[in-house]
Design a protein around this ligand. Structure first.
Ligand code: ADP
Ligand code: TYD
Length: 203
């Protein structure tokens, strides 16, 4: 089973993915916890290119190519081998993030994102957990981390508002695999919802 976590910056995806991995391992599942951009050595190198530096370092079109290149490497080397071995793959962001951040934020490039996806990736998660969150609160949480990977956070609150609305739209477009979870609650309450949804899908 291939599960992705999506949502705006600071919504709690990484936290929830980590907690779910621990919980599933404790009951005997083999779990691979991974993330995008990154998740394989080559894709982690691309991660530094896209997440550090000036917001205008790359055009949206160039970013589509870079994120898709990273995803292809991640898929070949990490995700598909794990799925073939019968493991559960938990991925912090996947192609839906490209549909939003590159497909929506600087003009409508969704068609280009989808075309490259079907040509080079051709795989969707079985289940996508959208952690929904007020963008101002999410951005405050993300800024609290104080790291160097701030390129997208530096696009600001307006982008996050647009991304939140876009993700909710994607959840309707791909209703069969999306579940929307309210992320603006204590961590353990959100985690209980996540676990209930995943257990229902596994059984
Ligand atoms: P994301 O991966 O979506 O950017 P993180 O899981 O890294 O989000 O969380 C961002 C910050 O918010 C972290 O400092 C984390 O500890 C904190 N956080 C995560 N979930 C919650 C929650 N439910 N309530 C309050 N703070 C949270
Ligand atoms: P991530 O490390 O998940 O950041 P956060 O924990 O703040 O949510 O992802 C870093 C940034 O990369 C995030 O702002 C969204 C962006 N991104 C894209 O623009 N396109 C993509 O395809 C992916 C996977 C991420």
């Amino acid at each position: 089973m291939f599960i992705s976590f999506e949502g705006i910056d600071g919504s709690g995806k990484s936290t929830q993915a980590r907690v779910l991995a621990e919980t599933l391992r404790a009951v005997g599942h083999e779990v691979v916890l991974t993330r995008e951009p990154g998740g394989s050595p080559g894709a982690e190198e691309i991660r530094a290119l896209v997440l550090e530096g000036d917001p205008d370092r790359w055009s949206a079109e160039t970013e589509i190519l870079l994120f898709t290149a990273a995803r292809r490497d991640h898929l070949e080397r990490t995700i598909l081998p794990a799925l073939d071995a019968g493991k559960i793959v938990l991925c912090d962001r996947f192609a839906d993030s490209t549909r939003m951040y590159q497909g929506l934020s600087r003009g409508d490039l969704r068609a280009q994102v989808d075309a490259l996806h079907s040509l080079m990736i051709g795989r969707e998660p079985d289940l996508t957990l959208l952690i929904d969150m007020d963008p101002a609160k999410g951005l405050a949480r993300a800024k609290g981390r104080n790291g160097t990977e701030e390129r997208f956070e530096d696009f600001g609150l307006e982008l996050q508002e647009q991304m939140r609305a876009g993700f909710l739209g994607l959840a309707q477009e791909f209703a069969a695999r999306f579940r929307v979870i309210d992320g603006d609650r204590p961590q353990d309450v959100v985690a209980a919802d996540v676990l209930a949804i995943v257990q229902a899908e596994l059984s």
